[in-house]
Design a protein around this ligand. Structure first.
Ligand SMILES: Nc1ncnc2c1ncn2[C@@H]1O[C@H](COP(=O)(O)OP(=O)(O)OP(=O)(O)O)[C@@H](O)[C@H]1O
Length: 239
């Protein structure tokens, strides 16, 4: 489908959110097309999670319009599994019994084909986060909201889980909003990266790189440098 005919997945108009006297989101406009992958960077406390929570329907804005698809789901920094339920029951939680087959196939897709009867306490951090991804997949979201889902993982597991998310998104094509502190992660995964600063979306920039991205590609390095500068972080010489 060409860009012009891709229907919108998200439309925000004049989205404003205040906490007390502080305006965290200041009349934000944002359009996301179906299947588009946006990463949202920003200094700590700028309202990235608040924006994601509004998209998820967990927070109500003070004013503005929010158009989001009905089928949307969030993966958080922690997997948020129910410890008293086995893995498959966690994956299909809140779904009809008929979702069991989809649950098993989602577990296979995240590389845990034999985990259905395991208990959450027996999972590593990376495995638990993959179960959370399987739980999201079963819901066939049109909009997948990712709130720093890799932040609690060790460096190697983080890279592997990023690759997994990249593959899953390529296969299932939900629209994605990924909130992250990590510039490299944003440039590695997203089609478009925006920076939230002082309540506004700055530097909303498409990433014109091939699907599988090489961190040593000079264009990758240039994007990285650009977003670090947007965040006010000078990049180290030669990095
Ligand atoms: N329920 C709340 N009540 C009062 N203030 C809040 C509430 N939720 C968030 N805030 C404030 O709104 C601002 C934005 O918070 P938010 O968590 O959205 O930022 P963030 O960009 O996601 O931060 P971080 O990168 O550190 O996770 C912060 O100053 C925070 O203290």
């Amino acid at each position: 489908m060409t860009d012009a005919v891709r229907p919108p997945a998200v439309q925000l108009r004049g989205l404003t959110k205040r906490f007390g006297t502080k305006t965290v989101l200041d009349a934000i406009d944002l359009d996301l097309k179906a299947g588009e992958f946006l990463a949202l960077l920003g200094p700590s406390g700028t309202g990235k999670t608040t924006l994601l929570r509004i998209l998820a329907g967990l927070e109500v804005p003070d004013s503005g319009e929010v158009l989001v698809p009905e089928r949307r789901t969030t993966v958080f920094q922690e997997p948020r599994l129910v410890s008293a339920r086995r893995v498959l029951a966690n994956v299909t939680i809140g779904q009809p019994r008929s979702a069991e087959e989809a649950g098993r196939s989602a577990l296979a897709e995240v590389g845990l084909p034999d985990a259905a009867r395991r208990w959450p306490v027996t999972l590593s951090g990376g495995e638990a986060q993959r179960v959370a991804l399987a739980r999201a997949l079963v819901r066939r979201p049109q909009l997948l909201l990712l709130d720093e889902p890799f932040a609690a993982l060790d460096a190697l597991t983080r890279l592997q889980t990023q690759d997994l998310v990249g593959d899953l998104v390529t296969r299932h094509r939900p629209a994605v909003v990924l909130v992250t502190h990590d510039v490299e992660e944003a440039v590695r995964l997203a089609e478009r990266v925006a920076v939230l600063r002082d309540g506004k979306l700055a530097a909303d920039q498409p990433i014109d790189l091939p699907g599988s991205r090489d961190r040593t590609d000079p264009r990758f390095v240039e994007y990285r440098r650009f977003f670090l500068a947007e965040l006010g972080i000078p990049s180290l010489k030669g990095v």
